[in-house]
Ligand binder design. Sequence first.
Ligand code: HMG
Ligand code: MG
Length: 309
Amino acid sequence: MTRVLPMPVREDGLPDRVTIYEVGPRDGLQNEKAIVPLDVKAEFIRRLLASGLPIVEATSFVHPRWVPQLADAADLVSDLDLDGPAPLPVLVPNERGLDRAIEAGCRHIAVFASATETFAARNLNTTVEEQFAMFEPVVRRALDHGIDVRAYVSMCFGDPWEGAVPVEQVVAVGSRLLDLGASELSLGDTIGVGTAGHVGALVAAFGEAGVGVDRLAMHFHDTYGQALANAYAALRHGITTFDASAGGLGGCPYAESATGNLATEDLIWMLDGLGIEHGVDLDAVVATSAWMAERLGRPSPSAVVRALT
Ligand code: HMG
Ligand code: MG
């Protein structure tokens, strides 16, 4: 049998190159029922880096009781090359998390906010307003240490307790995080309910508020099978950074309706077809996801991984 690869056909108006921000080791493994051993996590990250992924979110310095799957964050990070060419960001919710990340030698962190009250309470034990007071000293102290700060906003499209989320509400939260000093904003469709038109409306609303696409990344979950269509819509609106998870692992333990992220392999397949550069070796990521699926004891949900293995 001949292996058929996507035929690259460039479309006017799409970017030449995108950055894939890999979240599998963090968003993927935070959601696994079984706790993945530290050496498997470290090997997962090393393999992802070897496949050419330019940035790999490694773990979270959150409360170990809240996310026991990532309680080994400090030990894991000490096993990784934090001075290598690819940043290995970690999630940090508060000053205690920042202290732990600094002690571990991390150079890149990400804070994570909520656009809605219910998720702020459930995921962070705060209100929408209080979360900024929690993040302010984190961002300030991180920047003082020369640590780069990304900021997530969760529930940017819909919230399982509050329904559809108005774009203005998301823009208000996101703008405040950028004002605190975050270098990039990742807009999370935590439960995967977003659709292509809504993506365009959200990006346009940020634009009207003075936040250009160069400061935005998109973070899609694939609960309703819309992640790739949403990524295409975002490309058409000029977005050039996409979060994705090897093999489509992922979810959020504090939003039960969340399933896996946009699979890195599915994104790469589409980008290859559009002739958009990304610098990642598809076969190497597929092999890594197949290897990880064996360790997790179930097949990858990624269509491309299934097709190629
Ligand atoms: P809390 O219980 O309100 O914490 O949790 P607290 O500030 O009241 O502190 C209570 C105790 O916890 C204290 O210890 C603290 O020192 C300790 P004690 O004095 O009682 O001995 N503590 C910590 N220990 C270790 N590391 C820390 C830490 N903080 C406090 N960082 C907290 C508040 C924010 C900590 C908690 O709610 C939490 O850890 N939440 C994290 C939830 C999470 O990780 N969710 C998944 C990631 S978000 C996501 O997946 C969405 C995303 O992918 C985008 C998308 O899809 O939308 C990013
Ligand atoms: Mg997520």
